[in-house]
Design a protein around this ligand. Structure first.
Ligand SMILES: Cc1cc2nc3c(=O)[nH]c(=O)nc-3n(C[C@H](O)[C@H](O)[C@H](O)COP(=O)(O)O)c2cc1C
Length: 353
């Protein structure tokens, strides 16, 4: 259709129409940005830019509700509540009664999880150990006593008691100093020219095991890495983005960092997939460096046609949102690296007094 319009209407006229439309749009956005209600009208009737986000957030909420009754390899509710209980356990001073408001739903979820073959064993063990610790220190109200009985009925036999809070002094000492860390950071540069060499999945998995130590809100880790190591498919995925022109065909492995909006019951948390996904991806890129691999973050634009195309290729559900893409491979030694000057702390740090 676009091509047909381009053939029939003279170029000059198309440019004029475009310029007039842009002017009108600027006038409209000045008006519709006056308050939240008008802004919603603008995005309901004059622009579809938030179309996918609105629907995927709603579908995420629907999927969250459904997930409460269906245990898969990970339970979002269990992860969040066990995390909250751990925070209660380390509170200074620790309260005599805590988590009373959600201990019932937590043990009910735990019971379902234990009965399920799907939930991964380390998550089961973590939940079991933390609940065991909780019931051993909390003062017992009726609600807590009843929850404890449900917990004892369901307790996991192979729980070790190891997956519980510990003190800072028990952490491993840091084997790196500032300069060594700085070298690793300097070594990670965006690489766009790769050797023709397949990236082994075992290396990807190893890097992901390190990335997983990144912080995430309520320890939900609401992201997945969708990995393509087939070169042709990797190029196809890379071509779905806009920022790979000229080097898409050269990429041996593409990773799509995908955020799961079914991790949240409320809209207010819809941005967390991007924060958690990005924090873990930074660690992933650094881990790749230590394994001899290089990477380049690739922007994922929120453009409906591209979203549809990649969603189909990666077989994603509508509530799964692509946070970013990442090209991975073995850097060509003679491949160029942009200098990419960095802003100094004098520009970035604003001391607040
Ligand atoms: C979110 C994000 C999106 C990016 N998108 C692209 C992209 O589409 N194409 C590209 O060639 N580089 C992309 N980059 C890489 C940046 O250009 C690069 O990180 C920046 O210029 C700094 O260079 P450095 O990574 O070597 O420090 C992206 C980086 C980030 C963090």
């Amino acid at each position: 259709m676009k091509q047909l319009i381009k053939k029939v209407i003279p170029r000059q006229l198309i440019a004029e129409i475009k310029a007039r439309y842009e002017k009108l749009d600027i006038l409209m956005i000045r008006f519709f940005s006056k308050n939240g209600f008008l802004a919603s009208i603008y995005y309901a009737f004059f622009s579809q830019q938030f179309y996918r986000e609105h629907r995927s957030v709603l579908l995420g909420r629907v999927a969250y509700e459904a997930s409460l009754n269906r245990i898969t390899n990970s339970s979002i509710l269990l992860r969040r509540n066990i995390h909250r209980i751990e925070k209660g356990l380390i509170m200074q001073p620790r309260r005599e009664v805590f988590a009373e408001g959600y201990i019932r739903e937590t043990v009910d979820c735990f019971k379902k999880a234990i009965a399920s073959d799907s939930l991964c064993s380390s998550e089961k063990e973590w939940a079991s150990d933390v609940l065991q610790k909780y019931f051993s220190v909390v003062s017992h109200t009726t609600v807590i006593e009843n929850a404890k009985n449900t917990f004892l009925d369901a307790t996991l036999d192979e729980a070790t008691g190891n997956s519980v809070p510990y003190v800072h002094a028990d952490l491993p000492t840091c084997p790196l100093d500032y300069d060594q860390l700085l070298t690793l950071f300097k070594r990670r540069r965006s690489v766009r020219w790769f050797e023709e060499k397949t990236v082994d999945m075992s290396l990807i998995n190893k890097a992901v095991e390190a990335a997983t130590y990144a912080p995430s809100a309520c320890n939900r880790q609401p992201y997945e890495y969708h990995v393509v190591t087939d070169k042709n498919l990797a190029s196809e995925v890379a071509n779905c983005a806009m920022g790979t022109v000229g080097f898409a065909e050269n990429i041996p492995c593409m990773i799509a960092i995908v955020g799961n909006l079914d991790a949240y019951p409320a809209e207010r948390d819809r941005h967390i997939i991007y924060i958690d996904g990005a924090l873990a991806s930074m660690q992933l890129m650094l881990a790749f460096e230590t394994l001899g691999l290089s990477s380049c973050s690739i922007n994922w634009p929120d453009i409906e046609l591209r979203e549809k195309a990649l969603m189909k290729k990666l077989k994603l559900a509508y509530h799964q949102r692509i946070v970013m893409l990442m090209a991975v491979g073995y850097a060509k030694p003679d491949g160029g690296i942009p200098f990419s000057q960095k802003k100094g702390s004098n520009l970035l740090v604003k001391e607040v007094k």
